[in-house]
Design a protein around this ligand. Structure first.
Ligand SMILES: Cc1ncc(C[n+]2csc(CCOP(=O)(O)OP(=O)(O)O)c2C)c(N)n1
Ligand SMILES: [Mg+2]
Length: 326
């Protein structure tokens, strides 16, 4: 998705970022409804509030770059350009889903788009990111690997092992911490010895201490641009921390006893979608009517995806024996 030129992004591209964020939001609101109705099973972790991060990240990546994330992965899949129908069908466990209905919410992936998943073990995908980057480095490809993770993942052994190897071998990875303030129900300040997570980069000799407002699309783009340029030039890894907030529970059914309702309400003033919409109208890049039309078209896309998913067949029982190692 090449979205900018030397003069900066054009108006259509900027409106498209709005559409991508709205699409993710509407998609997940619909998923919450379908989950409550029993149409989606397993776990469901919503990205609501964090949309600007992946849309900004994707806007500076090349189509052949790699991206990998944890279980809060619907936004990455949609921003990466996986079909809304295929992602929704996966949510419903249908054979037309991006993982043939066998992965579900936490295991979205697409090999052709170099979106390597969707991983449920906290931090478990970080050594994989290092391995993907090592393969590119070995083959002389100038691809960048972007690895997104939560704040909680930075307290896991995998994180420290992966960052150490990445630093020793100067692996081309952009490590993105999505600090949404909580790991399940534990506040960052209670779980991380250094709550200022961006500082952890220093321990591995990476540029320090890159922190960015994760609710601000333009600030994010600036930092991602710097990070991707640094990594692609062969300097090694770059770690950045995006300060964000999730408006919904950790997953569906989270009683949210660890925070007050007014905390969530207060944080809603920072909503990345409202902010970006305001920027577009203030700068006369879009009218309120344009934004409404974008919202309507995103809603229609989600409705069509639901219809497609509901009318799709379940995987054949024989599929239990395909795509397995042993
Ligand atoms: C190794 C491991 N330990 C514990 C869990 C249970 N668990 C699932 S999500 C989560 C919190 C992770 O928080 P964070 O990395 O901040 O990501 P967020 O959910 O906030 O996006 C935990 C502890 C797990 N999936 N894997
Ligand atoms: Mg978190």
């Amino acid at each position: 998705m090449a979205q900018s030129n030397s003069k900066g992004p054009d108006k259509e591209t900027m409106r498209n970022w709005y559409r991508q964020m709205v699409l993710i939001r509407r998609f997940e609101e619909k998923c919450a409804e379908l989950y409550s109705a029993g149409d989606i099973g397993g776990f469901l972790h919503l990205y609501i509030g964090q949309e600007a991060i992946v849309v900004a990240a994707q806007s500076v990546l090349r189509e052949d770059d790699n991206i990998i994330t944890a279980y809060r992965d619907h936004g990455v899949a949609l921003a990466r350009g996986l079909s809304t129908k295929g992602v929704m069908a996966e949510m419903l466990g249908k054979s037309t889903g991006v993982s043939k209905g066998k992965g579900g919410s936490m295991h979205l992936a697409d090999k052709e788009k170099r979106f390597w998943g969707g991983w449920a073990i906290v931090g478990g995908h970080l050594p994989l990111a290092a391995g993907i980057a090592l393969a590119d480095q070995y083959n002389g490809d100038d691809r960048v690997t972007m690895a997104l993770m939560g704040d909680g993942a930075t307290n896991i052994g995998y994180f420290h092992e992966a960052l150490n190897m990445a630093a020793v071998w100067k692996l081309p990875v952009v490590w993105v911490i999505e600090n949404n303030q909580y790991g399940m129900g534990t506040a960052v300040t209670r779980a991380s010895a250094v709550a200022d997570i961006a500082k952890k980069a220093e321990a591995y000799g990476m540029p320090c201490c890159m922190q960015v407002d994760g609710m601000d699309l333009l600030e994010l783009r600036e930092m991602f641009t710097e990070a991707v340029e640094y990594v692609r030039s062969g300097e090694g890894s770059f770690m950045l921390e995006a300060i964000t907030y999730r408006y919904r529970g950790h997953s569906m059914g989270d009683p949210e006893r660890y925070r007050e309702a007014h905390e969530v309400e207060t944080r809603k003033a920072d909503d990345p979608i409202t902010r970006w919409g305001k920027y577009l109208t203030d700068k006369k890049i879009a009218t309120k009517k344009d934004l409404e039309a974008i919202e309507k078209s995103a809603e229609e896309e989600v409705e069509e995806a639901v219809e497609f998913a509901q009318n799709s067949p379940l995987p054949d029982p024989e599929e239990l024996y395909t795509d397995v190692y042993v």
